[in-house]
Design a protein around this ligand. Structure first.
Ligand SMILES: C[S@@+](CC[C@H](N)C(=O)[O-])C[C@H]1O[C@@H](n2cnc3c(N)ncnc32)[C@H](O)[C@@H]1O
Length: 275
C-alpha cells in the first residue's frame, strides 16, 4: 500500500515512520510513504503558500497553487504500481492503482474504526492533504479532494497529527504489521465492544490481585470472563456501542450475570481484585 502526504512539515512524520509498529511496517515494506511539500512547488523567492482571505478577517488561507501541483505529483506517485501490482518503484509503471485524495479537516466525517478498516482494506492508495492556517481555498477542495475526514470535534493547528492518526490506525490493520496476528482483532471496537482489562506480573500489587480466573489456565473460562468484562465495560462507558450491536444470546446472558454480581456486591468489572 502507498500513502502520500501533502504537508508543509514533512519532518513531523519522522515521529510516525521511525518508531514502533508503524516504523517497523515501513521497514518491512508493508507500506510506502511519500511526502510532498507544497513549498517545493513555489516559484517566488519567499516560497509563499498562503495569502490573505477575501472578505477580510483573521488568519491566512492556503493558496490553490502550489498545493495543487504537490497533490498532482503525489497522485502520480501513489498511482504507480510495479509490474507485479505491488511495490511501486519508479519506472515500473505498467500498472496503475486507484487513488483517493483525502483532506483532513474538522469539517469532515468523524473517523472511527469502521472507516479505518475500510481505508486499510480498500484497493485505493491514499493522498492525505494536511491543511494549515485557516484552511485551504475552497476551490481546491472541489477540484482535487474526494473525501474529508475529521479525527474529532476540536480544532488542531494543522492536519499533520490527524494524518498520522489515520495512518497509524490503518497500519495496525495491515497484515503482518502487528507481532501477533490476532492483536488488532481483540482491540476495542474490533467486535463493536471496548477491550477487556489486562494484567501482567506481579500477581499482587499493593493489595490488588490479578483476577483468579486469569491464572486458572482454563481457556474457555478466560474467554467468557474477558467477554463479560468487555460487555460490562462497554455498557458502563459506551452504551451507544452496545445499542448498535445485533442481539446475541451469549452477550445477554453474560451481561445479566454481571448485573447480578454487582447487585450481590461482587467486584465491579472495572475493579482489580482487592485481596
Ligand atoms: C486551524 S485548522 C483550520 C480550521 C478551520 N478554520 C475550521 O474551523 O474548520 C488548520 C488545519 O488543521 C487540520 N485540522 C484541524 N482540526 C482537525 C480535525 N479535528 N480533524 C482533522 N483535521 C484537522 C485541517 O487540515 C485544517 O485545515
Amino acid at each position: 500500500m502507498k500513502m502520500a502526504v501533502v504537508t508543509l512539515f514533512p519532518e513531523m512524520f519522522d515521529a510516525l515512520l521511525d518508531y514502533g509498529i508503524s516504523g517497523r511496517a515501513v521497514k518491512q515494506g508493508l507500506l510506502e510513504v511519500g511526502l510532498y511539500n507544497p513549498r517545493d512547488y513555489t516559484s517566488d523567492r519567499h516560497q509563499s503558500v498562503d495569502d490573505r482571505p477575501y472578505g477580510g478577517g483573521p488568519g491566512m488561507v492556503m493558496t490553490i497553487e502550489p498545493l495543487r501541483s504537490a497533490i498532482s505529483e503525489a497522485r502520480q506517485w501513489a498511482a504507480k504500481l510495479g509490474r507485479d501490482g505491488s511495490g511501486g518503484k519508479a519506472g515500473n509503471d505498467e500498472q496503475t492503482a486507484r487513488v483517493k485524495v483525502v483532506y483532513l479537516s474538522p469539517q469532515g466525517h468523524l473517523l472511527n474504526q469502521a472507516a479505518v478498516n475500510a481505508f486499510a482494506g480498500g484497493s485505493a492508495n491514499l493522498v492525505l492533504v494536511a491543511g494549515r492556517y485557516e484552511g485551504i481555498d475552497e476551490r481546491l477542495l472541489s477540484l482535487e479532494v474526494d473525501e474529508e475526514w475529521s479525527i474529532g470535534d476540536y480544532v488542531l493547528s494543522g492536519g499533520e497529527l490527524p494524518a498520522m492518526v489515520l495512518m497509524d490506525a490503518m497500519i495496525r490493520q495491515l497484515p503482518g504489521a502487528l507481532g501477533h496476528e490476532d492483536s488488532a482483532a481483540q482491540d476495542s471496537f474490533a467486535e463493536g465492544l471496548l477491550d477487556c482489562p489486562h494484567y501482567t506480573r506481579p500477581e499482587e500489587y499493593q493489595g490488588m490481585r490479578v483476577p483468579e480466573v486469569l491464572l486458572s489456565g482454563d481457556h474457555e473460562r478466560i474467554r467468557r470472563w474477558r467477554l463479560q468484562q468487555s460487555l460490562a465495560r462497554t455498557q458502563a462507558r459506551r452504551p451507544d456501542l452496545l445499542a448498535a450491536l445485533a442481539p446475541d444470546s451469549e452477550y445477554n446472558a453474560l451481561l445479566a450475570d454481571s448485573g447480578q454480581q454487582r447487585e450481590a456486591g461482587g467486584s465491579s468489572p472495572d475493579d482489580g481484585e482487592k485481596s
